[in-house]
Design a protein around this ligand. Sequence first.
Ligand code: NAD
Length: 396
Amino acid sequence: IEVPDNPIIPIIFGDGIGKDVAPAAQKVLDAAAEATGRNIEWARVLAGGSARDEYDENLPEDTVEAIREHRVAIKGPLTTPVGAGFRSLNVALRKKLDLYANVRPTYYLDGVPSPVKNPEEMDMVNFRENTEDVYAGIEWEAGTDDVEEVRDFVEDDMGFDETIHQGDVGIGIKPISEFGTKRLVRRAIEYAIENDRDSVTLVHKGNIMKFTEGAFRDWGYEVAEEDFPEETIDEDTLWEEYDGEAPEDKVVVKDRIADNMLQQLLTRTDNYDVLAMPNLNGDYLSDAAGAQIGGLGIAPGANFGDGRVLAEPVHGSAPKHAGKDKANPTAMILSGKLMLEYIGWDDAADLVHEAVEAQISEHRVTYDLERQVEGGVKLSTSEYAEEVVERIEDLA
Ligand code: NAD
């Protein structure tokens, strides 16, 4: 989308290490904007702990409204209590703003430590559905009557045998719709076509969950066939008609079962390119992919709706490391790079990428990477960001 050269961009620092990495990323993005003749006017908006202090609520409507109005925004991580307590503010933001595609590119940066043999082969973009699946959070602690009712329904009306054990039961609902699936897969295919990618893989557990994840797969193939008949080819046709050699101008659409996909991610990385998946599969898979290219301190992401973006790193608020000026701001910086690409500031995005890569290849890194690279020099969050800023100024 187009924005002026001096846009207002809302920023949520977030909880925990968010308060360390967000200001660091802000400085780097400012430097890239300035080096390309632009200026970002930041609008700091609150969510999580700082919103509770200020407004006595977790997610003020002003924050949501600012992002809705300015369409382009960036956030640090927000803490979600496990078990009891409030529901995820990240999920709430994604739902309120209908940010239906969580996009997480995973690519290798020169010099990054990796547990796999050929990390340079890793160049994937994960499209994770963001509004449905068990992540919709429709679940409850079922009382005995509820359980009886559910048991009657599945046994009598649906004809299943013994399904739910006696005693306390938690029940959750996993909604996956044709509408939600198709708009996500459509976006992934569009991305693959526009960026000259070879394939889009639908990642599902349709063998077990036939009406949800199996349907995800079927709707995924359907949208390829209906909306992109000229630009895509499915894997079966590829083998039947082209002996496995895809024509240059076609994006291959294929599918893999999620557990198999997780191991292929480690062993056959170069066979995969763009992945499209339901919410939970995407959550697991993108952390595993992130681990191969330097870990959570590096892995960037962004949530997209129609005509809007909220960039955010894959990592959480890592409370143990909060406020120590030690967390790695790269994931947040590279999330900012995604945001810049979305508004068409490719020159600024390239500067950010080059500067970060140069910084890491010289092994001038934060604590999380320092011990893993030879001759690593340990820098604080702010020192690291300062050096990246200097590199941007030198490169410009
Ligand atoms: P986490 O990502 O916060 O941290 C896991 C570990 O990864 C940390 O202990 C740390 O060793 C490492 N790590 C993560 N980010 C790093 C960085 N930038 N630099 C260096 N090391 C880094 O995951 P968690 O501990 O499972 O979650 C903590 C909180 O964050 C929870 O409340 C969770 O709900 C929340 N969370 C939020 C988001 C989000 O805001 N989008 C995402 C994931 C988790």
